[in-house]
Write a protein that binds this ligand. Structure first.
Ligand code: FNR
Length: 181
């Protein structure tokens, strides 16, 4: 069975992006196994660790978990028109040593989430830029920019708008088509 890792670029307890991820995860069929990868405990990446024999446990475990995945879904908010540092750090940790990058050639999907109108477009495309460098085929269409997110969620964190859920299902379907190739 194919395995898909889910990475969320917010550590905030009440994160909108985490809530969206919880709505997206059940849209995957039994054909795949999905797993959230914790990026919050990773140390800030220092290239020196990769020339040492003893790597920090968090890095070893993250790389192992990510390496066994066949693809990834990234959900990100926008910090200062880019991806939050915590997500960029996870991308950097997974990308080295370059010859054994956990990202190489694995299909990816991006969902950006924001309380405002601009829908984290800047974060979405900065992330896309890194994924191109990682040689990851990325879902091109539909592009998913979820703006005004507070108005789409109910008090339990469920997306209450049916059209948005249908749209997210079409995104997951497009991702699955890419993963099967
Ligand atoms: C933000 N926020 C924000 N929003 C946005 O649409 N564009 C931006 O560039 C920024 N920049 C930014 C920087 C920093 C440091 C913070 C803390 C916040 C607001 C952001 O969208 C909001 O806090 C979201 O709620 C963050 O996502 P989660 O944590 O709810 O998933």
């Amino acid at each position: 069975m194919k395995k898909v890792g889910i990475l969320v670029g917010s550590l905030r307890q009440e994160s909108f992006t985490k809530k969206v991820a919880k709505n997206v995860q059940p849209l995957f069929s039994d054909e795949v196994e999905t797993e959230w990868l914790d990026i919050g405990k990773l140390p800030l990446y220092n290239q020196d660790v990769d020339s040492q024999t003893e790597l920090p446990d968090e890095i070893v475990q993250f790389r192992e978990k990510a390496r066994e995945k066949d693809g990834f879904i990234f959900l990100t908010p926008e910090y200062n028109r880019s991806v939050p540092g915590v997500l960029k750090n996870a991308l950097d940790v997974g990308s080295r040593p370059k010859a054994t990058s956990v990202w190489n050639d694995k299909p990816a999907g991006i969902i950006s989430v924001a309380p405002g109108n601009l829908s984290a477009f800047g974060a979405n495309h900065h992330l896309r830029q890194s994924l191109v460098f990682f040689n990851m085929p990325v879902v091109q269409q539909p592009e998913v920019y979820l703006g005004n997110i507070a108005s789409l969620l109910d008090e339990h964190g469920k997306i209450k708008d049916e059209g948005t859920m249908d749209f997210l299902q079409s995104f997951v379907d497009a991702y699955m088509a890419l993963l099967r190739k």
